[in-house]
Write a protein that binds this ligand. Structure first.
Ligand code: ATP
Length: 379
């Protein structure tokens, strides 16, 4: 389709960046970035006539995106960027594919597919670096212009198991030691951390972040945890879960620090506080705790917090949490106020006391099903 449009309209169109990188790595990628030498929005409108997806146009940025089936296709006009000062947002100017590629971060992301000519464009030996599994920048000022690239380098290196090229490694160290991380806005920093949490190899990425001395710059004295950080959970919010694992060792001061520095959504801060509080209460849990006590300890605790606490080395705690998750957390009454009325009692505050008693009996395992609940009600 792209080729047909290019032929008919004489527009030059290129597939660029991550999709091409992942194509050569044999990795499925549903994000397709297209660069047009010319008007990207016009091209997007024509393309969408063929594929009939959902088109969104961003006039301000002169870009468009189409969602079709599982794919997200981003279409932009070729542009070059320059930075007025370190870590500034770039000044953008429209240009050709050559300049558009030159503004990109690493050689492995600097590959493009020229649709009309059915050819790979590889000005910076990206294919060779893909083969040799290397992350490399082409510009000595790259990390100074945009220090988010430091995080991006770590992310790609961890994700694909690529080595950071020696010179690139030195440039990262120079940028970190030169204090350039601090020039980034806190929003951009925390955004990169959340991107880390989405990866499969978050542990390796965080480890290398620590080894570059970045942790101190962004989290001060907070001690990060990487144990089980790559694990997933069956239900719930995986990113929240991993966030809690990352900050598993946090204390009140640490939470205060995060709160003051980063614009974190409330659910993250609240879950962190819940984690800290629950961890402090764990010392009261004993092997012989009864079900009611366990239920009441955990009933208001988020699933992600419980799963995070489950990385604890304490066998008793693990056993109790698993018991709660598997056997107690889903318990619900099947009888209700109507059943009490049918049993002959007039409505009143006593209803909630009765229901609570039946519920407790269920949590204690004394009754299991609807009939047994009804029987207890009649008693
Ligand atoms: P993935 O989404 O799989 O992490 P991607 O390569 O698609 O990888 P995006 O963040 O979507 O990554 O960026 C698209 C492309 O834009 C990249 O391939 C890269 O060429 C370029 N790019 C993104 N951020 C930067 C940056 N900070 N500096 C230079 N180029 C960048």
């Amino acid at each position: 389709i792209l080729k047909e449009i290019c032929r008919k309209t004489n527009i030059k169109c290129y597939i660029v960046g991550g999709f091409i990188r992942d194509f050569f790595l044999g990795v499925k990628n549903y994000d397709i970035d297209i660069t047009i030498e010319g008007n990207g929005i016009e091209f997007a409108k024509i393309l969408n006539k063929y594929i009939n997806g959902t088109l969104k146009v961003y006039d301000k940025f002169k870009t468009a995106s189409i969602t079709a089936e599982n794919y997200i296709i981003d279409i932009a006009s070729a542009r070059c960027e320059y930075y007025k000062y370190p870590a500034a947002l770039p000044v953008v100017k429209f240009s050709d594919i050559k300049e558009d590629i030159a503004r990109r971060d690493f050689t492995i992301n600097m590959l493009a597919y020229d649709v009309l000519n059915d050819a790979i464009i590889d000005y910076y030996n990206g294919l060779k670096d893909l083969q040799n599994k290397v992350i490399r920048v082409i510009n000595d000022k790259s990390f100074i212009d945009d220090p988010t690239r430091i995080f991006r380098a770590l992310r790609y290196s961890g994700r694909y198991g690529f080595k950071i090229d020696d010179k690139t490694d030195i440039l990262i160290k120079k940028a970190v030691n030169g204090g350039f991380i601090k020039k980034l806005s806190n929003d951009r920093i925390i955004n990169e951390i959340f991107l880390f949490l989405k990866e499969n190899k978050t542990d390796l990425i965080i480890e290398s972040m620590i080894s570059y001395g970045i942790q101190k710059e962004i989290f001060d004295n907070i001690k990060l945890n990487i144990k089980k950080i790559n694990s997933t959970i069956n239900n719930g919010d995986i990113i929240l879960y991993r966030f809690l694992l990352l900050f598993y060792n946090i204390d009140d001061k640490g939470i205060e620090y995060l709160l003051n520095r980063y614009n974190l959504r409330r659910k993250y801060i609240e879950a962190l506080k819940e984690l800290l509080l629950t961890k402090n209460n764990l010392c009261f849990l004993k092997d012989n705790c009864d079900n009611i006590y366990i239920y009441n300890t955990f009933k208001n605790i988020k699933y992600e917090v419980l799963m995070a606490i489950n990385i604890s080395e304490d066998v008793t705690i693990k056993k109790i949490i698993n018991h709660y998750i598997n056997h107690l957390s889903h318990i619900k009454l099947t009888v209700n106020g109507n059943d009490i009325r049918n049993a002959g009692l007039n409505p009143g505050p006593v209803y909630s006391i009765i229901l609570q008693k039946i519920f407790n009996a269920k949590v204690q395992g004394k009754i299991k099903n609807h009939d047994e609940e009804l029987n207890l009600l009649k008693l």
